[in-house]
Write a new protein. Structure first.
Length: 388
Protein backbone atom coordinates (compact mmCIF):
# COMPACT_ATOMS: atom_id res chain seq x y z
CA UNK A 1 0.00 0.00 0.00
CA UNK A 2 1.34 3.42 -0.93
CA UNK A 3 2.29 5.60 2.02
CA UNK A 4 0.08 8.73 2.25
CA UNK A 5 2.10 11.95 2.23
CA UNK A 6 0.79 15.13 3.83
CA UNK A 7 2.18 18.25 2.11
CA UNK A 8 1.92 21.89 3.13
CA UNK A 9 3.63 25.27 2.85
CA UNK A 10 2.88 26.31 6.44
CA UNK A 11 3.56 24.44 9.65
CA UNK A 12 0.04 25.04 10.95
CA UNK A 13 -1.31 22.60 8.35
CA UNK A 14 0.79 19.63 9.55
CA UNK A 15 1.77 20.59 13.12
CA UNK A 16 -0.23 17.83 14.82
CA UNK A 17 1.53 15.01 12.96
CA UNK A 18 4.88 16.81 12.74
CA UNK A 19 5.09 17.27 16.50
CA UNK A 20 5.15 13.46 16.89
CA UNK A 21 8.44 13.40 14.94
CA UNK A 22 10.19 16.45 16.38
CA UNK A 23 12.98 15.50 18.77
CA UNK A 24 15.41 18.42 18.58
CA UNK A 25 14.73 22.05 19.48
CA UNK A 26 15.15 23.03 15.83
CA UNK A 27 12.49 20.66 14.53
CA UNK A 28 9.75 21.71 16.98
CA UNK A 29 6.69 23.24 15.26
CA UNK A 30 7.05 26.60 17.00
CA UNK A 31 10.72 26.89 16.03
CA UNK A 32 9.74 26.41 12.40
CA UNK A 33 6.88 28.87 12.76
CA UNK A 34 9.38 31.45 14.01
CA UNK A 35 11.51 30.73 10.94
CA UNK A 36 8.47 31.32 8.73
CA UNK A 37 8.24 34.86 10.12
CA UNK A 38 11.82 35.54 8.98
CA UNK A 39 12.04 33.65 5.67
CA UNK A 40 10.19 35.17 2.76
CA UNK A 41 10.97 32.39 0.24
CA UNK A 42 9.05 29.24 -0.65
CA UNK A 43 9.10 26.30 1.77
CA UNK A 44 7.68 22.80 1.79
CA UNK A 45 6.68 20.46 4.60
CA UNK A 46 5.98 16.78 3.96
CA UNK A 47 4.95 14.08 6.44
CA UNK A 48 5.16 10.37 5.58
CA UNK A 49 2.11 9.10 7.41
CA UNK A 50 1.72 5.60 8.80
CA UNK A 51 -1.16 3.48 10.01
CA UNK A 52 -0.78 4.59 13.62
CA UNK A 53 1.81 7.40 13.57
CA UNK A 54 3.93 9.37 11.10
CA UNK A 55 7.12 7.63 9.97
CA UNK A 56 9.11 10.60 8.71
CA UNK A 57 9.05 14.31 7.91
CA UNK A 58 10.77 16.69 5.51
CA UNK A 59 11.19 20.44 5.44
CA UNK A 60 12.87 22.10 2.46
CA UNK A 61 13.43 25.68 1.33
CA UNK A 62 14.11 27.43 -1.96
CA UNK A 63 17.60 28.93 -1.60
CA UNK A 64 18.47 31.81 -3.92
CA UNK A 65 21.59 33.97 -4.26
CA UNK A 66 20.22 36.17 -1.47
CA UNK A 67 19.68 33.32 1.00
CA UNK A 68 21.80 33.00 4.11
CA UNK A 69 25.31 31.77 3.27
CA UNK A 70 25.52 28.89 5.74
CA UNK A 71 22.34 27.25 4.40
CA UNK A 72 23.14 28.04 0.77
CA UNK A 73 25.14 25.31 -0.99
CA UNK A 74 25.33 27.03 -4.37
CA UNK A 75 26.80 30.21 -2.90
CA UNK A 76 29.22 28.13 -0.82
CA UNK A 77 30.51 26.53 -4.03
CA UNK A 78 30.55 29.60 -6.26
CA UNK A 79 31.82 32.15 -3.70
CA UNK A 80 34.03 30.12 -1.42
CA UNK A 81 34.56 31.29 2.15
CA UNK A 82 37.83 33.31 2.31
CA UNK A 83 38.63 31.49 5.58
CA UNK A 84 39.33 28.36 3.50
CA UNK A 85 42.05 29.91 1.32
CA UNK A 86 44.99 29.31 3.69
CA UNK A 87 44.02 25.62 3.83
CA UNK A 88 43.83 24.94 0.08
CA UNK A 89 46.71 23.01 -1.47
CA UNK A 90 48.37 24.51 -4.59
CA UNK A 91 46.63 21.88 -6.72
CA UNK A 92 43.23 22.72 -5.20
CA UNK A 93 43.82 26.45 -5.69
CA UNK A 94 44.69 25.83 -9.35
CA UNK A 95 41.61 23.68 -9.89
CA UNK A 96 39.28 26.30 -8.40
CA UNK A 97 40.93 29.07 -10.41
CA UNK A 98 40.76 27.10 -13.67
CA UNK A 99 37.07 26.28 -13.23
CA UNK A 100 35.82 29.50 -11.62
CA UNK A 101 34.43 30.90 -14.88
CA UNK A 102 32.48 27.77 -15.73
CA UNK A 103 31.10 27.53 -12.20
CA UNK A 104 30.03 31.18 -12.25
CA UNK A 105 28.09 30.59 -15.48
CA UNK A 106 26.54 27.45 -14.03
CA UNK A 107 25.24 29.32 -10.97
CA UNK A 108 22.18 30.53 -12.91
CA UNK A 109 21.09 26.91 -13.36
CA UNK A 110 22.18 25.66 -9.94
CA UNK A 111 20.07 28.27 -8.13
CA UNK A 112 17.46 28.35 -6.81
CA UNK A 113 18.18 25.05 -5.09
CA UNK A 114 15.74 23.05 -3.00
CA UNK A 115 17.53 22.59 0.31
CA UNK A 116 16.52 20.43 3.25
CA UNK A 117 17.76 22.05 6.46
CA UNK A 118 16.52 23.01 9.92
CA UNK A 119 16.73 26.82 10.24
CA UNK A 120 19.49 28.01 12.61
CA UNK A 121 20.03 24.42 13.70
CA UNK A 122 22.85 23.14 11.47
CA UNK A 123 20.97 19.89 10.96
CA UNK A 124 19.22 18.38 7.94
CA UNK A 125 15.48 18.86 7.61
CA UNK A 126 14.73 15.12 7.44
CA UNK A 127 13.05 13.64 10.52
CA UNK A 128 12.66 9.95 11.24
CA UNK A 129 10.33 8.38 13.76
CA UNK A 130 12.05 6.42 16.54
CA UNK A 131 12.85 2.94 15.27
CA UNK A 132 12.29 3.85 11.60
CA UNK A 133 14.36 1.72 9.24
CA UNK A 134 16.70 2.95 6.52
CA UNK A 135 13.87 2.67 4.01
CA UNK A 136 12.27 5.78 5.49
CA UNK A 137 15.45 7.72 4.70
CA UNK A 138 15.13 6.72 1.06
CA UNK A 139 11.47 7.73 0.99
CA UNK A 140 12.29 11.15 2.42
CA UNK A 141 14.98 11.72 -0.21
CA UNK A 142 12.49 10.53 -2.86
CA UNK A 143 10.07 13.19 -1.61
CA UNK A 144 12.75 15.89 -1.72
CA UNK A 145 13.61 15.00 -5.30
CA UNK A 146 9.92 14.82 -6.26
CA UNK A 147 9.35 18.34 -4.90
CA UNK A 148 12.45 19.59 -6.71
CA UNK A 149 11.19 18.27 -10.06
CA UNK A 150 7.67 19.52 -9.38
CA UNK A 151 9.02 23.02 -8.73
CA UNK A 152 11.11 22.98 -11.93
CA UNK A 153 14.40 23.25 -10.03
CA UNK A 154 17.60 21.47 -11.04
CA UNK A 155 19.52 21.30 -7.76
CA UNK A 156 18.69 19.50 -4.52
CA UNK A 157 20.71 19.57 -1.31
CA UNK A 158 20.67 18.19 2.20
CA UNK A 159 22.69 20.41 4.52
CA UNK A 160 24.61 19.79 7.75
CA UNK A 161 24.32 16.02 8.05
CA UNK A 162 26.05 14.84 11.25
CA UNK A 163 29.13 12.84 10.30
CA UNK A 164 27.87 9.91 12.39
CA UNK A 165 24.52 9.67 10.51
CA UNK A 166 25.67 6.89 8.19
CA UNK A 167 22.14 5.84 7.16
CA UNK A 168 21.41 9.22 5.55
CA UNK A 169 24.92 9.60 4.18
CA UNK A 170 24.79 6.19 2.45
CA UNK A 171 21.50 7.00 0.72
CA UNK A 172 22.74 10.37 -0.55
CA UNK A 173 26.09 9.04 -1.73
CA UNK A 174 24.43 6.10 -3.50
CA UNK A 175 22.28 8.59 -5.44
CA UNK A 176 25.25 10.61 -6.66
CA UNK A 177 25.13 13.57 -4.31
CA UNK A 178 28.52 15.24 -3.87
CA UNK A 179 29.58 16.03 -0.34
CA UNK A 180 31.78 18.48 1.51
CA UNK A 181 32.62 19.20 5.15
CA UNK A 182 32.34 22.95 5.51
CA UNK A 183 31.23 23.61 9.09
CA UNK A 184 31.26 21.94 12.47
CA UNK A 185 28.91 22.25 15.42
CA UNK A 186 30.72 23.27 18.60
CA UNK A 187 29.45 21.57 21.75
CA UNK A 188 30.58 22.12 25.34
CA UNK A 189 29.95 18.95 27.38
CA UNK A 190 28.85 19.73 30.94
CA UNK A 191 30.56 17.19 33.20
CA UNK A 192 31.49 19.29 36.25
CA UNK A 193 29.56 20.46 39.32
CA UNK A 194 30.48 24.15 39.17
CA UNK A 195 32.58 26.82 37.46
CA UNK A 196 35.72 25.75 39.31
CA UNK A 197 35.24 22.24 37.97
CA UNK A 198 34.95 23.65 34.45
CA UNK A 199 38.16 25.65 34.90
CA UNK A 200 39.95 22.60 36.27
CA UNK A 201 39.14 20.67 33.12
CA UNK A 202 40.73 23.24 30.78
CA UNK A 203 44.29 22.80 29.60
CA UNK A 204 46.84 25.32 30.84
CA UNK A 205 47.13 28.30 30.35
CA UNK A 206 43.42 28.62 29.50
CA UNK A 207 42.11 28.79 33.11
CA UNK A 208 44.29 31.85 33.83
CA UNK A 209 42.84 33.76 30.89
CA UNK A 210 39.26 32.76 31.71
CA UNK A 211 39.68 33.92 35.32
CA UNK A 212 41.04 37.25 34.01
CA UNK A 213 37.97 37.66 31.81
CA UNK A 214 35.63 36.93 34.72
CA UNK A 215 37.51 39.36 36.94
CA UNK A 216 37.46 42.06 34.25
CA UNK A 217 33.69 41.77 33.96
CA UNK A 218 33.19 42.00 37.71
CA UNK A 219 35.59 44.95 38.06
CA UNK A 220 33.71 46.82 35.33
CA UNK A 221 30.74 46.95 37.70
CA UNK A 222 28.58 44.67 35.55
CA UNK A 223 26.37 41.89 36.89
CA UNK A 224 24.32 39.06 35.37
CA UNK A 225 20.66 38.40 36.03
CA UNK A 226 18.14 36.03 34.48
CA UNK A 227 14.76 37.12 33.18
CA UNK A 228 12.06 35.78 30.86
CA UNK A 229 11.25 35.95 27.17
CA UNK A 230 8.29 38.19 28.00
CA UNK A 231 10.70 40.90 29.22
CA UNK A 232 12.37 41.30 25.82
CA UNK A 233 11.72 44.81 24.50
CA UNK A 234 13.12 47.55 22.27
CA UNK A 235 16.37 47.77 24.24
CA UNK A 236 17.09 44.16 23.36
CA UNK A 237 16.16 44.75 19.72
CA UNK A 238 18.66 47.63 19.42
CA UNK A 239 21.45 45.66 21.12
CA UNK A 240 20.83 42.69 18.83
CA UNK A 241 20.79 44.81 15.69
CA UNK A 242 23.99 46.68 16.63
CA UNK A 243 25.69 43.41 17.51
CA UNK A 244 24.92 41.93 14.07
CA UNK A 245 26.06 45.08 12.28
CA UNK A 246 29.48 44.84 13.95
CA UNK A 247 29.81 41.41 12.37
CA UNK A 248 29.09 42.84 8.92
CA UNK A 249 25.40 41.99 8.57
CA UNK A 250 23.16 44.41 6.68
CA UNK A 251 20.28 44.49 9.16
CA UNK A 252 17.77 46.94 10.59
CA UNK A 253 16.23 47.16 14.04
CA UNK A 254 12.80 46.40 12.57
CA UNK A 255 14.03 42.88 11.83
CA UNK A 256 15.14 42.41 15.44
CA UNK A 257 11.76 43.66 16.66
CA UNK A 258 10.00 41.18 14.37
CA UNK A 259 12.18 38.36 15.66
CA UNK A 260 11.37 39.22 19.28
CA UNK A 261 7.65 39.34 18.50
CA UNK A 262 7.85 35.93 16.83
CA UNK A 263 9.86 34.43 19.71
CA UNK A 264 7.15 35.59 22.13
CA UNK A 265 4.33 34.33 19.91
CA UNK A 266 5.90 30.89 19.37
CA UNK A 267 7.34 29.62 22.66
CA UNK A 268 9.82 26.83 21.98
CA UNK A 269 11.44 24.50 24.48
CA UNK A 270 12.13 26.44 27.65
CA UNK A 271 13.10 29.92 26.48
CA UNK A 272 15.16 31.98 28.91
CA UNK A 273 17.13 35.24 28.89
CA UNK A 274 20.41 36.05 30.65
CA UNK A 275 21.17 39.79 30.85
CA UNK A 276 24.23 41.88 31.70
CA UNK A 277 23.60 45.13 33.55
CA UNK A 278 25.87 47.93 34.63
CA UNK A 279 23.91 50.02 37.09
CA UNK A 280 20.61 50.83 35.43
CA UNK A 281 21.88 50.16 31.91
CA UNK A 282 21.32 46.95 29.96
CA UNK A 283 24.65 46.24 28.22
CA UNK A 284 24.05 42.75 26.86
CA UNK A 285 21.80 39.72 26.73
CA UNK A 286 21.53 36.20 25.35
CA UNK A 287 18.33 34.29 24.65
CA UNK A 288 18.94 30.61 25.31
CA UNK A 289 16.69 27.60 25.01
CA UNK A 290 16.64 24.45 27.07
CA UNK A 291 15.49 21.24 25.40
CA UNK A 292 16.37 17.66 26.30
CA UNK A 293 18.81 18.87 28.99
CA UNK A 294 20.76 20.87 26.42
CA UNK A 295 21.24 24.65 26.31
CA UNK A 296 21.13 26.43 22.95
CA UNK A 297 22.25 30.10 23.11
CA UNK A 298 20.74 31.86 20.10
CA UNK A 299 19.73 35.55 19.95
CA UNK A 300 22.57 37.71 21.29
CA UNK A 301 23.10 41.44 21.75
CA UNK A 302 26.13 43.05 23.37
CA UNK A 303 26.86 46.78 23.54
CA UNK A 304 29.66 48.26 21.40
CA UNK A 305 31.83 49.30 24.38
CA UNK A 306 31.84 45.96 26.20
CA UNK A 307 34.96 44.39 24.73
CA UNK A 308 37.27 45.34 27.62
CA UNK A 309 34.76 44.01 30.16
CA UNK A 310 34.55 40.65 28.32
CA UNK A 311 30.77 40.92 28.52
CA UNK A 312 30.16 38.59 25.57
CA UNK A 313 32.13 35.72 27.12
CA UNK A 314 30.66 36.24 30.59
CA UNK A 315 27.14 36.12 29.17
CA UNK A 316 27.39 33.35 26.60
CA UNK A 317 29.99 31.16 28.29
CA UNK A 318 30.68 31.65 31.98
CA UNK A 319 27.18 32.75 32.90
CA UNK A 320 25.53 29.86 31.07
CA UNK A 321 28.13 27.44 32.43
CA UNK A 322 27.25 28.40 36.00
CA UNK A 323 23.55 27.80 35.31
CA UNK A 324 24.15 24.53 33.43
CA UNK A 325 26.33 23.11 36.20
CA UNK A 326 23.57 23.34 38.82
CA UNK A 327 20.65 22.31 36.59
CA UNK A 328 21.82 18.89 35.38
CA UNK A 329 22.28 20.14 31.82
CA UNK A 330 24.31 17.74 29.66
CA UNK A 331 25.79 20.17 27.14
CA UNK A 332 25.73 23.66 25.64
CA UNK A 333 25.55 23.85 21.83
CA UNK A 334 27.36 26.87 20.41
CA UNK A 335 27.05 26.20 16.67
CA UNK A 336 29.70 26.82 14.01
CA UNK A 337 32.34 29.49 13.34
CA UNK A 338 34.40 31.50 15.85
CA UNK A 339 36.18 28.16 16.20
CA UNK A 340 39.27 29.45 17.95
CA UNK A 341 37.25 31.08 20.76
CA UNK A 342 35.05 28.00 21.17
CA UNK A 343 37.95 25.53 21.17
CA UNK A 344 39.81 27.70 23.68
CA UNK A 345 36.84 27.53 26.08
CA UNK A 346 36.60 23.75 25.96
CA UNK A 347 34.21 22.91 23.14
CA UNK A 348 34.37 19.68 21.18
CA UNK A 349 33.72 19.61 17.43
CA UNK A 350 31.01 17.67 15.60
CA UNK A 351 31.54 17.89 11.84
CA UNK A 352 28.60 18.53 9.54
CA UNK A 353 28.61 17.19 5.96
CA UNK A 354 26.54 18.87 3.24
CA UNK A 355 25.27 17.03 0.15
CA UNK A 356 24.27 18.45 -3.22
CA UNK A 357 23.03 16.93 -6.48
CA UNK A 358 23.45 19.05 -9.58
CA UNK A 359 22.42 18.51 -13.22
CA UNK A 360 24.40 15.69 -14.81
CA UNK A 361 26.23 17.95 -17.30
CA UNK A 362 27.52 20.06 -14.38
CA UNK A 363 28.44 17.15 -12.13
CA UNK A 364 32.17 17.24 -12.86
CA UNK A 365 32.68 20.91 -12.05
CA UNK A 366 30.45 20.70 -8.97
CA UNK A 367 32.14 17.54 -7.72
CA UNK A 368 35.63 18.96 -8.25
CA UNK A 369 34.77 22.18 -6.45
CA UNK A 370 33.13 20.30 -3.58
CA UNK A 371 36.20 18.05 -3.24
CA UNK A 372 38.50 21.07 -2.91
CA UNK A 373 36.20 22.73 -0.36
CA UNK A 374 35.91 19.47 1.56
CA UNK A 375 39.68 19.00 1.80
CA UNK A 376 40.31 22.60 2.86
CA UNK A 377 37.33 22.61 5.22
CA UNK A 378 38.55 19.50 7.03
CA UNK A 379 42.07 20.91 7.37
CA UNK A 380 40.66 24.13 8.76
CA UNK A 381 38.42 22.39 11.29
CA UNK A 382 41.28 20.11 12.36
CA UNK A 383 43.62 23.05 12.90
CA UNK A 384 42.00 24.12 16.18
CA UNK A 385 42.89 22.72 19.60
CA UNK A 386 39.59 21.01 20.40
CA UNK A 387 38.94 19.63 23.85
CA UNK A 388 38.88 15.81 23.80
Amino acid sequence: METPILRAQEMNAVAGRWSLLAESLYSLPNWLRTAESREAGDRHYSVLDGEFAPRGGLVAYHMTEESWFYNNPVTQLVRQDPALRPFLSPEEQRWLSDHAGRLEKAAARLAPALVSVLPSGYLPGLLRAPGADDGVVGELVDELEHLCAEQGLETTAVMHVPERDMALRRVLEHRGYVSYAFVGDCVLPVSWPDLDGYLGGLRSPRPTRVRREIRGFEESGATLRETTIDDLDDRHAHLHCEHLRRYGHDVHVAGSRTLISSIKANPTGRGRVLEAWRGDTLVGFVVFYEANQVFHPKMIGVGPDERRAFTYFNLCYYGLIRIAAVEDVHSIVYGPESYEAKAFRGCALERRISYLRAPEDLHDVVAGTAAAIDAAGRRRLDSFAWQT
